[in-house]
Ligand binder design. Structure first.
Ligand code: SF4
Ligand code: SF4
Length: 317
């Protein structure tokens, strides 16, 4: 979740040809592993969304994620992430799994999603620049982009009371990848008109720490996913639940897409992570842990922090 600005790399070809249609690009996104994708014109985010974000920040819900206070101009306008960007593609990739780890979130059980999604979207970006010209930039969670806002604009999903993006027929176990492009399309996706969230409040009732505010906002200072991954130093309190890296509780109880089979996950499952237990972690050196978690999302938490989290779970039982 660490943000990087400005662009680390771009695909660039000067000549601009005609524009691709949604129908032309659809097989490419599907081939990449996308469960749903869409596209929209870039521009300044809506005053309503800006007000929601300002309220979230003013409430202090961001905890110690100081990066959310930076790059507000860029966060309000993706054209500042890539000069001349006219189009933004958003693609959702599922990480829903049938088998789970006792204390590691599903999204961290395979290849790091930053790597997997960049690899998946690179051929799409290359196809666009090679055939239609212009310049692209792929953004996977590290750019100051209002991701859920743009995912809604692209018609990929709608935000739910769980504070997560809900993709119709899939649910919220998704990670998002974006491609900015300096070219234009003849037509764009439309935002979904119907709510995807059923307002059943199962997520709010199941959250063991009271992090969900009831209006779709999350108080990160209470959220186990934030505390176990982003919070450095001592934890403010014992950790409720069983999650030592991330938290899937509000997502697993959500009825959206729950009875449908899990779509293929492009973050290939790692057996050495799946079988990791507390005893092995407690006897592991920091170097061995670093090697084990290399190119996985788990590397975001140093060994010391994961052990801190496991101890904090014990204190709450
Ligand atoms: S991720 Fe866990 S702690 Fe955070 S809001 Fe969902 S259920 Fe609550
Ligand atoms: S659990 Fe119910 S209220 Fe919460 S996001 Fe899912 S559908 Fe919406």
């Amino acid at each position: 979740m660490k943000e990087i600005c400005p662009a680390p790399s771009t695909e660039k070809i000067k000549v601009m040809n005609s524009s691709p249609s949604i129908e032309t690009l659809d097989p490419l996104f599907r081939e990449a592993g996308s469960v749903r994708w869409g596209c929209t014109r870039t521009g300044v985010i809506s005053p309503t969304d800006r007000a929601i974000y300002s309220h979230w920040m003013a409430s202090g819900y961001y905890g110690n994620m100081a990066f959310v206070l930076r790059n507000n101009d860029v966060r309000s306008n993706p054209e500042l992430l890539l000069e001349g960007a006219k189009t933004l593609f958003c693609s959702a990739f599922s990480y829903k799994r049938d088998t789970h780890h006792p204390f590691i979130s599903d999204y961290a059980l395979g290849t790091d999603y930053h790597i997997a999604l960049r690899q998946a979207l690179s051929p799409v970006a290359q196809y666009i620049t090679q055939n239609y010209g212009g310049e692209t930039r792929i953004c996977i969670d590290t750019a100051p982009l209002r991701e859920r806002y743009w995912a809604e604009q692209c018609g990929v999903g709608r935000n739910g009371l769980s504070g997560r993006l809900l993709v119709p027929g899939v649910g919220s176990a998704v990670v998002l990848g974006f491609i900015l492009w300096t070219g234009s399309l003849p037509a764009y996706s439309e935002p979904l008109q119907d709510d995807v969230c059923l307002h059943c409040k199962k997520c709010i009732k199941a959250c063991p720490s009271g992090a969900l505010q009831g209006d779709g906002s999350v108080d990160a200072r209470r959220c186990i996913a934030y505390l176990t991954i982003e919070h450095r130093g001592e934890l403010p309190a014992p950790l409720p639940g069983h999650c030592a890296f991330g938290c899937d509780i509000c997502q697993r109880v959500c009825p959206v897409g729950e009875h449908l089979p899990s779509p293929a996950c492009i973050m290939t499952e790692r057996q050495d992570i799946m079988t990791l237990d507390e005893e092995a972690l407690r006897s592991m050196s920091a170097g061995a842990y670093k090697r084990l978690t290399h190119e996985t999302a788990l590397s975001r938490a140093p060994l010391k922090q994961l052990l801190r989290n496991l101890s904090a779970i014990k204190k709450s039982h």
